[in-house]
Design a protein around this ligand. Structure first.
Ligand code: ATP
Ligand code: MG
Length: 148
């Protein structure tokens, strides 16, 4: 049963999302994800996603998409935030991703000791992007920066 579910998830993550990204482009897919996640009365959100990111190759694009999904789902589930800001830009040698919320924050080091699925999957995917990730969280909220 669990195996089947995992198979299904693999199938979806390997097939459906590349299709969406291939069809509308990574930028449009991400804009859609941002709007779908935060276009609700309780959120004030803004984003800047550079057109350059459509040049990211398919496997990496899927990793980035999945990372953003998990970051957004954590904000929705845990942060109790009212403001969210998202930025994805191409610097000279790197892509830079910043996601911040003004929610309750959490103790990152302490959460990592629990080895939970969401944060672990983000870290694994950043590794497969050969990138780095930094979580800063406190009373003013959470800022996640990724470079790859
Ligand atoms: N943006 C955030 N604001 C506040 N707390 C957060 C945020 N992101 C993560 N957390 C905290 O970190 C914990 C671990 O996150 P993680 O995504 O690994 O697990 P989860 O969301 O609880 O479960 P899962 O992702 O498997 O559904 C969360 O339970 C939550 O307490
Ligand atoms: Mg999570």
């Amino acid at each position: 049963m669990i195996d089947e579910v995992i198979q299904q998830i693999r199938y979806i993550s390997l097939n459906l999302y590349p299709f969406l990204i291939a069809k509308v482009g990574l930028k449009n897919a991400l804009v859609e994800l941002v709007d779908k996640s935060f276009k609700k009365e309780k959120y004030f959100y803004s984003y800047y996603i550079s057109d350059d990111i459509d040049a990211i190759q398919k496997d990496k694009a899927v990793d980035l998409y999945r990372i953003m999904q998990e970051l957004f789902s954590n904000i929705i589930k845990h942060a109790g935030a009212s403001e969210i800001n998202i930025e994805i830009v191409k610097e000279v040698r790197y892509y830079c991703v910043k996601v911040s919320d003004n929610g309750r924050g959490f103790n990152y080091q302490q959460e990592r000791t629990k080895n939970t699925l969401g944060l672990t999957s983000i870290i694994e995917r950043v590794k497969s992007l050969k990138g780095s990730v930094d979580f800063r969280s406190g009373k003013e909220g959470t800022q996640v920066s990724i470079r790859f």
